[in-house]
Design a protein around this ligand. Sequence first.
Ligand code: CA
Length: 228
Amino acid sequence: MSKPDVTLIEDEPSIADTVIYALESEGYAVRWKQSGREAIEQVRAGSPQIVILDIGLPDLNGFEVFREIRAFSQVPVIFLTARAEEIDRVTGLEMGADDYIVKPFSPRELTARVRAVLRRVQAGSDTVDVDVGPFVIDEPSWTIRFHGQALDLTRHEFQILGILLKSPGQIFSRDHLLDRVWDAPEHRLDRTVDTHIKNIRAKLRAIDADADPIKTKRGVGYFASWSN
Ligand code: CA
């Protein structure tokens, strides 16, 4: 991937300058927008490889921008957050970002995160479908089907479920899942994994109310198991 296009959505010029300088130094082409509306149009017209999205914007908030982008694009999105309550929303039930960075952040942290997200997307597009019990993992499209129905998963949910499904019966600790799925040590909270597992289970139950293929091993972690 040479010169990936990045759309940056950030209303504060000083922060935008830092981001643009850091990414351009690494060879990214950055398109900067200061409002949500402009940014959505930029993403639609420019098809960037990745979007960096501030939550506090002058018109729409970042969550609204994210929802509108998701209506037409699966481009990876990294949120820039400033406050604890925003982090809760990003990691929580409703949103589930590809990743997020807490302000203030260092240029190095930002570029590392962008590289990691792009690498994961790239890795996902090189592999093939995997059948596991009632599931099919369709990696190129970041989709997992359950009893033939596509689950509407966030990227982190997709990764966690994929790890569990590929080794049925094997117990994975929260730490192991955090290491495999998240890059930033400072965001390694056990409840991050628990929240995602809870969301995944709810999505499975929406397809099959009696399904319980993701089991908890108390005090140890999680594993996938089903009988058919
Ligand atoms: Ca802002």
